[in-house]
Design a protein. Structure first.
Length: 144
C-alpha cells in the first residue's frame, strides 16, 4: 500500500532522460523568467515554457540519435519473412521519447496559459480601494 503523496514514475530504456531535459530547462528558465519580468506569475510561466521547449528539443535530438540506422534483421523461421528490429530510445509513462518532443512543449504552453489565466491567490483579491469623493452641491439654477 502506498502512502499519501507517493509518486510513481514509469519509464523504459532511456525514457527517464525526458524528465532530466525538463529539469535542465527549468533551471535555465528560472533566471530567464526573472530577468524578463517582475510579475511572479509571468516569470513562472516563462520558466515552464523554457522547460517544455528544452525537454522537446532534448527529446527530439536524443531520439533521433538513438533510433538512427537500419536496425537488426531477423528471419522468422516459420514464415521465412525478414523482420527489421530498430533501436528504441525508451518511453516515459508509456509514451515513446520521440513523441515527447512534441507533447512536452504543447503541455508546457498549456500549463503556462493556465497559470497566467489563474493568478496566485495573493493576487486574486485586490486591496479595497477607497471610493472617489462625490460633489453633492446643488446645481446653480439661476443661470436659466
Amino acid at each position: 500500500m502506498g502512502r499519501e503523496g507517493d509518486i510513481m514514475i514509469i519509464w523504459s530504456g532511456w525514457g527517464i532522460l525526458v524528465l532530466v531535459f525538463a529539469a535542465v530547462g527549468l533551471v535555465i528558465g528560472l533566471p530567464v523568467g526573472a530577468a524578463v519580468t517582475s510579475d511572479p506569475d509571468m516569470a513562472t510561466a516563462i520558466s515552464i515554457i523554457c522547460a517544455g521547449l528544452t525537454m522537446g528539443l532534448g527529446s527530439f535530438l536524443f531520439a533521433r540519435q538513438m533510433e538512427k540506422g537500419t536496425g537488426r534483421v531477423f528471419i522468422d523461421e516459420q514464415t521465412g519473412q525478414r523482420v527489421v528490429v530498430g533501436r528504441s530510445a525508451g518511453s516515459l509513462f508509456f509514451v515513446p521519447v520521440r513523441y515527447w518532443a512534441y507533447a512536452g512543449p504543447v503541455l508546457a504552453i498549456v500549463f503556462a496559459a493556465l497559470l497566467m489565466m489563474n493568478p496566485a491567490a495573493s493576487d486574486a483579491a485586490p486591496a479595497a480601494v477607497a471610493p472617489a469623493p462625490v460633489d453633492m452641491a446643488p446645481a446653480d439654477s439661476s443661470a436659466a
